[in-house]
Ligand binder design. Structure first.
Ligand code: SRM
Ligand code: SF4
Length: 572
């Protein structure tokens, strides 16, 4: 029996609901418009549907004004995101992505904060070939964006290699199990013939239904003590419980998310709350039922308040838990104890199980390309040609060359050295813990630079850290070009959110282990003011911190900023 006090909000459904409803399960007119050569773009309605196929229409914002002046349509191009559960790719898949990035993309690959590849700059006429090549390499882009369950994240840190393969398998199973069932993707991109007849809705999408979810939905699996995937930022976070080296189950956390809008206090980042425990074989059922609660009670009229975090806050976490238990038909056992140490990556070589080695490479901004003095893309291609293990994309936009056998280690070390990748590791601890979203020039929502600017700002932040003997202190810095939070800004000990070109809101006070949100410290400031603030904060931290005290904790204890105890007081 459903709890009678649970109700979805009233209100006229948003336009995206109409688009989904009329789309015949995500088909729309995509097949036809992709063939049209008059414009490099596609209509808005189809672009909304396109997301469910892992892609967005964008335009190069660096060229916008010039093209407007010349009365040309914007420089339309597509971004394409791969579904890659747990961020694991084989060397052959790496080589495919590398080749596609160069042949059809803009000569770069972006390793994302959800452990997958993004390509930018693909022209409409090349989309089908690109998706087909990805498919031939045993990957796909289904549900990488859109109102469905997204890429399932999973710990990648190799120092917990004994449990990695097991939890990775669960991330793959979850990802597969929660995929949309429509054949739209196969028909549009892979030329599958449409089956005649009109099947019933619950035959096509038994879990999602014809309207899919009110909004995107995200799942991640962490294995304490590493919180590398920021488990509390997920709609559904799973915290592995390991006893005597064996996975016994998962603590279940619901209702996290990072996005908000400037000036709208009804939107806020929120951390998920732990509601109980389940065994590994119950996890698919738990995820499915949680998703159906969001399907039934999420806000379908206001997309800004449609994420599961708002559903949980509106209905009350205890009521959602009860509803989940009703749908499961059993009660969730108490959550088990756990504790996290950090939410970052550890760099360099680490020895794992069965004499296999793993090398974690710092990839600034997650961007793989051949820079003028750093041929990163070529170097990784050469490694992929000889590597017999796998690549793991981390949730911090870094890369692990994983499962390198003892006899391959020297060869790979030589390549890392030859292409400057060993050198590139000699950066400050603050920089190694920094992360920036894509932002300009491709992201249509960016209000300020992030990926292109953070490295330059870090040069100056490094200097201040150096002057105060903090170069080896791990402090997480996260920058996003807008408040959507794609680099999980609200979980950075120092966070910057773009407001306008060259202007950022500065946030402080998040926990180093990803268990507390930050709070706004300064509004709408430029580089000069940012550095001025750090010139006050860093010496204070260097002198007054307690043994082992992290920066995010220090600024709270020393009264610089008040702690955010829940997303609902993030704006206080
Ligand atoms: Fe994101 C929208 C890039 C992770 C919250 N995100 C976008 C779009 C697609 C812009 C758009 O809608 O037009 C960006 C494409 C930019 C481009 O040019 O590539 C974009 N998001 C990214 C990536 C590539 C950032 C990165 O530098 O790595 C990440 C891709 C993840 C992936 O592989 O699936 C990315 N986005 C995130 C995360 C982090 C995470 O999931 O762990 C968040 C915060 C967590 C969350 O969802 O709450 C995030 N992205 C958003 C939001 C705000 C959603 C909200 O409901 O609050 C938007 C805007 C939206 O959905 O309307 C957004
Ligand atoms: Fe774009 Fe904003 Fe996400 Fe950055 S945080 S990629 S600017 S949507």
């Amino acid at each position: 029996m459903s709890n009678p006090i649970l109700k979805a909000p009233d209100g006229k459904p948003s336009d995206v609901e109409r688009i989904k409803e009329e789309s015949n399960y995500l088909r729309g007119t995509l097949k036809e418009v992709m063939l049209d050569r008059i414009s490099a773009g596609i209509p808005d309605d189809d672009n909304r549907l396109m997301k469910h196929h892992g892609s967005y229409l964008q335009d190069d914002r660096d060229l916008r004004t010039e093209r407007q002046k010349q009365k040309l349509e914007p420089a339309y191009q597509f971004m394409l995101r791969v579904r890659l559960p747990g961020g694991v790719a084989t060397p052959a898949q790496w080589l495919t992505m590398d080749q596609l990035g160069n042949q059809y993309g803009n000569g770069t690959l972006k390793l994302t904060t959800r452990q997958t590849f993004q390509m930018h700059g693909i022209l409409k006429w090349n989309m089908k070939s690109t998706i087909q090549a990805i498919h031939a390499s045993l990957m796909d882009t289904i549900a990488a964006c859109g109102d469905v369950n997204r890429n399932v994240m999973c710990i990648s840190n190799p120092y917990q290699s004994e449990i990695h393969s097991e939890v990775y398998e669960w991330s793959k199973k979850l990802s597969e199990y929660l995929l949309p069932r429509t054949r739209a993707y196969h028909e549009i991109w892979l030329d599958e013939e449409k089956v005649a007849g009109t099947p019933e809705a619950d035959e096509v999408e038994p879990m999602y239904g014809p309207l899919y979810l009110p909004r995107k939905f995200k799942i991640g699996i962490a294995v304490p003590p590493s919180n590398d995937i920021d488990v509390f930022s997920q709609d559904l976070g799973l915290i592995a419980v390991v006893q005597d080296g064996k996975l016994t189950g998962f603590n279940i956390a619901i209702g996290g998310g990072m996005g908000m809008s400037h000036g709208d206090k009804e939107t806020y980042p929120q951390l998920s709350k732990v509601i109980g425990f389940c065994t590994p074989d119950q996890i698919l059922e738990v995820a499915e039922k949680v998703i159906t609660i969001q399907r039934d009670y999420g806000n379908r009229s206001k997309r800004k308040n449609a994420r599961f975090k708002y559903t949980v806050d509106r209905l009350g976490v205890e009521n959602v838990k009860e509803e989940l238990e009703n749908r499961l038909g059993w009660r969730l056992p108490e959550a088990r104890d756990f504790s996290f140490e950090d939410n970052g990556d550890r760099y360099g070589w680490v020895k794992g199980l069965q004499d296999q080695w793993h090398f974690t490479l710092f990839v600034e901004g997650g961007r793989i390309t051949d820079f003028e003095n750093y041929k990163l893309m070529t170097g990784l291609r050469e490694i992929a040609k000889v590597h017999t293990g796998e690549f793991r994309l981390t949730a911090n936009q870094n890369l692990i060359i994983a499962n390198v056998s003892e006899d391959k280690k020297q060869e790979i070390t030589n390549l890392l050295n030859q292409y400057g990748m060993l050198n590139s590791q000699n950066v400050s601890a603050i920089r190694r813990n920094s992360m920036a979203c894509v932002a300009l020039p491709t992201c249509g929502l960016a209000m300020a630079e992030a990926e292109r600017y953070l490295p330059l700002l870090m040069d100056k932040i490094d200097q201040i850290a150096d002057e105060n003997g903090l170069q080896n202190e791990e402090i997480t810095v996260r920058m996003t070009g807008c408040p959507n939070g794609c680099a999980r800004h609200a979980l950075g000990e120092i966070g910057f959110i773009g407001k306008a070109p060259g202007k950022y809101n500065m946030y402080l006070g998040a926990a180093f282990d990803g268990s507390r949100l930050s709070k706004m410290y300064r509004e709408n400031i430029g580089e000069e003011e940012i550095l001025k603030e750090l010139k006050i904060l860093f010496p204070k931290y260097a002198k007054e911190r307690l043994e082992g005290e992290h920066f995010g904790d220090f600024v709270i204890r020393s009264g610089v900023i008040e702690a955010t105890t829940d997303g609902t007081n993030f704006h206080h």
